[in-house]
Design a protein around this ligand. Structure first.
Ligand SMILES: [Zn+2]
Length: 301
């Protein structure tokens, strides 16, 4: 009963956009502390692993929220900072699963097996440097004919802080490795951070820029599927789901009534709970689409 009440409350809050405002206000109470922690591990042009990578995601998420609070929307739009944000609703009860930051040995294969079992299409946004190291995994994903492979930059930097020339290099170097990647050409910005110059480059080169409706926050939950109070605040995890990664993902998808779901190939929760999430979504009447579907293409830039 309590869960149902909270869920209804969240749906209403999302609808009114007060949820985000509330999150921003709360986040101000923790950002300065996290900023200091995260800065010590950020090295923009290097790939991180495990906890460091999660810290980088957390850091950029907080920076984005602070930016949104401190800047006029028109100013952010003029600087093309967040074209990855999708304002339009998802096609009703349609879900697209997307997996970032791979390919990842073992994990990519396990995800593929599971998707095959349920005949589900998904999108994999790969880091060029990793794709170069694991070309067989790129081919495994493409071989199925079911999935799309997109460009997620060469080494996962923050496009807000690197030179324009480096931004172009990040796109093109990854493309050179992912030369056989799917059509339509898809690009997802690391941390969702875009720039006017790269948007223009991507458009010229025929890319669609892909954001997401639902951040699974797999990076915030620990391997037992729990988040502490601070993490819950940062990722908008409601109290009833603090020890329930699957519940958080399902409730957020329900609140959006579908949409593009962001997960990470690198995170153990993704592997451990993916089948449970898939089964629950099917039980709740959701269908799995693909980013190549017209309805989803319309959500991209
Ligand atoms: Zn990423």
């Amino acid at each position: 009963m309590h869960l149902k009440f909270c869920f209804e409350k969240m749906k209403l809050a999302l609808k009114n956009k007060t949820f985000f405002l509330f999150s921003f206000l709360l986040l101000f109470t923790v950002t300065s502390h996290v900023h200091a922690d995260a800065e010590t591990v950020i090295a923009p042009l290097q790939l991180h692993s495990g906890a460091e990578h999660n810290a980088a995601i957390r850091f950029h998420r907080l920076e984005r929220l602070k930016d949104r609070v401190n800047s006029e929307p028109s100013e952010l739009a003029k600087r093309c900072r967040y074209v990855s944000d999708i304002a339009a609703p998802a096609p009703l009860h349609q879900v697209v699963l997307s997996f970032d930051d791979g390919p990842e040995p073992i994990q990519t294969e396990l995800i593929l097996q599971l998707l095959e079992r349920y005949k589900i299409s998904a999108s994999f946004f790969m880091i060029g440097e990793k794709a170069k190291r694991h070309p067989n995994l790129v081919q495994e994903v493409l071989k199925s004919g079911r999935h799309l492979v997109g460009n997620h930059s060469w080494s996962h930097p923050n496009f807000h802080t690197i030179a324009v020339q480096e931004q172009a290099h990040q796109v093109n170097a990854a493309r050179a490795v992912l030369v056989n990647a799917s059509e339509p050409k898809l690009f997802r910005y690391p941390y969702g951070n875009s720039s006017c110059e790269s948007n223009a480059l991507l458009k010229t080169e025929g890319y669609k820029i892909v954001g997401w409706h639902v951040d699974s926050c797999d990076w915030a939950f620990d391997r037992h599927g729990s988040v502490n109070d601070k993490e819950a605040l940062e990722c908008g995890v409601l109290q009833p789901f603090k020890n329930d990664y699957v519940g958080h993902v399902l409730a957020t998808i329900e609140a959006h009534r579908g949409g593009i779901v962001l997960m990470h190939e690198t995170h153990p929760n993704t592997i451990a709970q993916l089948e449970t999430i898939i089964k629950a979504l099917i039980d709740r009447g959701f269908a799995f689409g693909a980013l190549s579907d017209t309805a989803f293409q319309q959500l991209m830039h």
